[in-house]
Design a protein around this ligand. Structure first.
Ligand SMILES: Cc1cc2nc3c(=O)[nH]c(=O)nc-3n(C[C@H](O)[C@H](O)[C@H](O)COP(=O)(O)O)c2cc1C
Ligand code: SF4
Length: 403
């Protein structure tokens, strides 16, 4: 089954031995193939890739491979770039050809810069790329991979989101039409170009087919796996009934799913999680064991998110720090009606008010916690915590647990 991870190793020789030469494709041909394949972005939002490529029209276009991966619970892009850099670079070259790009960039964290540069060096020596690719270092920050932050960094500015009125496809890097694609998405583009849309659709959820990379963490052994979209969460986690309290899908901007839903067959795809209010995001699955306090976990994450905001807009400046404070009181203090009322009011106040989706993502996480951990809240109301690992103020935030 492995597709992205099916080469024997990361070198150009091993890559070409496994996948063969990269076909050349006209712009319309690539867009049609991507549309027929049903490929959606693997960077979090799940937007159809063919439509994104088709939207970039105009002169001197720019293409950026986004490997920033600022999400603390995700390391699938780092693993992909380490194991299959040439698949990503093939997808980048195809996208650049399709939009007639003048400038092409790879945006990756510091620890991957030399690895990607070495792969690009090998491709230049073998005359594989028509365009020079510039590697730009992504700072290690949660918002650094947001599309407008990526564009600002590539322009030489800070990696902070920007208030946008015009989409990047029309006006991105220095006002030029710009395509920002997640590195995993680009690797799938390279596979669609080689094997065709029907092959791509041969596996996974019919609505969003193919495979996806998933970063597992928490109560399960951390690791990155490639699975068909729509895989049951219970298969992924291999857990026994009663072992887990909940699962966080989609990362820090994601949604808590109760363990009962996992046991009842919830699947990791947009359609499989819609009824639970979730989405796979960038493929993050974090398991919370039955012995841990979900409210404490959420409070730790919200504290991290409040700190990670760029504090350029009201919700980041005031709303998220206040929400972090309220969640801290819910987890580590005693819950009463006034506290819950203030929390819900503050969630309403931050939602839809930021220039980027950071406040919305944080609000979504908190809403799901208040819903899924209702029983825990009832215990905290009585001044008790049901977890064997109870909420203790100042417990270690688990942001740095994996990376
Ligand atoms: C706060 C925030 C952080 C993000 N970080 C990343 C990231 O690290 N990597 C990424 O590919 N997309 C990230 N995104 C999504 C990007 O804005 C963008 O949608 C994505 O790179 C597009 O690629 P895709 O269409 O291939 O998914 C982030 C979005 C937000 C709101
Ligand atoms: S909402 Fe926060 S992270 Fe997003 S642009 Fe505004 S200040 Fe920056």
């Amino acid at each position: 089954m492995p597709r992205l991870f099916s080469a024997g190793g990361p070198t150009l020789t091993e890559h070409e031995r496994r996948f063969g030469p990269l076909p050349t494709m006209g712009s319309q041909q690539l867009v049609t193939s991507l549309d027929q394949a049903g490929l959606t972005g693997r960077g979090g939002a799940g937007f159809p890739t063919g439509r994104k490529v088709a939207a970039v029209t105009g002169r001197k276009a720019v293409v950026i491979g986004n490997g920033a991966e600022g999400e603390p619970l995700s390391f699938k892009d780092a693993v992909l770039l380490s194991r299959a850099p040439h698949l990503v670079l093939d997808g980048l070259a195809l996208a650049a050809d399709a939009v007639g790009a003048r400038n092409v960039y790879m945006y990756v964290p510091a620890q991957l810069v030399s690895h990607v540069e070495a792969a690009l060096h090998d491709r230049r020596a073998a005359h594989r790329d028509r365009r020079r690719v510039i590697v730009v270092e992504a700072p290690d920050a949660f918002v650094a991979g947001e599309e407008s932050a990526v564009i600002r960094r590539v322009e030489g500015g800070p990696a902070l989101p920007r208030d946008r009125t015009v989409i990047a496809a029309v006006s991105g890097v220095r006002g030029r039409p710009t395509l920002v694609s997640n590195v995993e998405t680009l690797a799938h583009v390279a596979l669609v170009a080689r094997h065709g849309p029907q092959w791509f659709r041969g596996i996974g959820d019919p609505v969003e087919p193919g495979t996806m990379l998933v970063t597992l963490s928490g109560a399960k052994i951390p690791g990155v796996v490639e699975v068909p979209t729509g895989t049951p969460l219970s298969d992924l986690l291999g857990t026994r009934a009663g072992e887990l309290r909940a699962v966080l899908v989609g990362g820090y901007h994601g949604t808590w799913i109760p363990a009962s839903a996992v046991e009842n067959g919830a699947r990791l795809s947009r359609s499989g999680l819609t009824s639970l209010g979730g989405s796979p995001g960038a493929g993050v699955v974090h398991a919370l064991s039955a012995s841990e306090c979900g409210l404490a976990r959420t409070a730790d994450i919200v504290a991290y998110l409040a700190d990670a905001g760029a504090r350029q807009c009201g919700p980041c400046l005031n709303g998220l720090p206040r929400l972090a404070q309220l969640l801290g009181e819910i987890a580590y203090g005693r819950i009463d009606d006034a506290l819950l009322h203030d929390t819900r009011r503050m969630i309403d106040q931050v939602e839809g008010r930021g220039s980027c989706r950071h406040p919305d993502g944080t609000a979504r996480l908190i809403r799901s916690a208040l819903d899924v951990f209702a029983d825990d809240m009832a215990s905290h109301r009585r001044g008790r915590c049901r977890a064997l690992v109870p909420a203790t103020a100042g417990s270690r935030p688990y942001a740095a647990e994996i990376k």
